[in-house]
Design a binder for this molecule. Sequence first.
Ligand SMILES: Nc1nc2c(ncn2[C@@H]2O[C@H](COP(=O)(O)OP(=O)(O)OP(=O)(O)O)[C@@H](O)[C@H]2O)c(=O)[nH]1
Length: 348
Amino acid sequence: MATGSGLVLTAVVLLSMALDLVQMPMAYFFLLYTMIWLGNLCFPLMISYDINLLFKDPSLTIPQLIWHTFTNTISIYLVPELQNVFLMYYLLVVLFGAFRMQKRGFFIVGGFILLCYTTVMLVHQLSGAGAEIKEQSLISLFFIFMLVGVSIIGTEISSLRWALKKRNAEMNEVMKQAKEQAITDDLTGLYNRRHLMAILRHQQALAYRGEYVFSLCFVDLDHFKQVNDRYGHKAGDEVLQTFADIARNCVREVDFVARLGGEEFVLVLVQTPLEGACLVAERLRLSMEQARLDILAPGHRVTASIGVTQYRPKESIEETMHRADIAVYSAKNRGRNQLVSDHELEHY
Ligand SMILES: Nc1nc2c(ncn2[C@@H]2O[C@H](COP(=O)(O)OP(=O)(O)OP(=O)(O)O)[C@@H](O)[C@H]2O)c(=O)[nH]1
């Protein structure tokens, strides 16, 4: 927009020359406007080469407005007859500030405009090129009034924009938190049952034809009721959180860990056949067995029973989960603190 406005300004000066409103040698015009355009083009170039990112305000609003104020002042100096047109351009410069500037910026740019305008008017008066002094004073007074008015409106628009931006950022943050809460379990930060089902449906869609494999590990902490009964519910919660951390560390970034509820958890191991899943499950079982739980009495270990199964093409998610459930049940029956894979189950 700034570059476009610069084009209009240059066109107005060129037109004034064509209409003989300004007597200026063509070479002088070219030299002056080449310099002005080198300045104008600096900004888009800086932005396209990311040099603007080195500055506190990467939009370079204040430097751009200062530069355009300066070039507009040169135009007034060259074509005093069209000063009223250029005065409007000053106001447009201030309005541009509404996109990014805050109060301080409006003071800087407004102050600079006043300085430039006063200087060029004085030069015109001294050289006799300006309007009659009464007429000029009236124009100047009205221009200052307009400049202050437009600056106030610009500040208002700008503060509305900043408030809106802040509100949007807050809304986005709240939405992000709400989305996260909808899919995670409050206590452990793991995925909740609802999201687990969504994950499994997605995995099922990938594995339905049989080229892609994934496995499930159902985990149930052993004798967890005793922990609650002996140390209290809060200690039980801490054990669940410790388990969640251990489980997260046992799987890869691409895998999923969810809490089904109570002391039951599920690991979804993507692109992993049964053998690989058994290795992960054993690593998890061992880590839990060796975990130091400072909140419990010395030597009190909390172990896990794990059922491992691989998704079989074309079966439903419920069938896979049922098989994993039977495997955990079997691990419990065999004495707990162990894993059972679906290979070891009869009829499955
Ligand atoms: N601290 C805590 N306890 C929970 C939570 N959810 C469920 N529990 C408790 O977990 C215990 C589960 O007990 P059971 O289902 O009998 O299982 P268990 O004692 O682990 O026995 P086995 O599974 O047979 O080894 C119950 O006492 C529940 O109250 C929770 O969020 N925090």
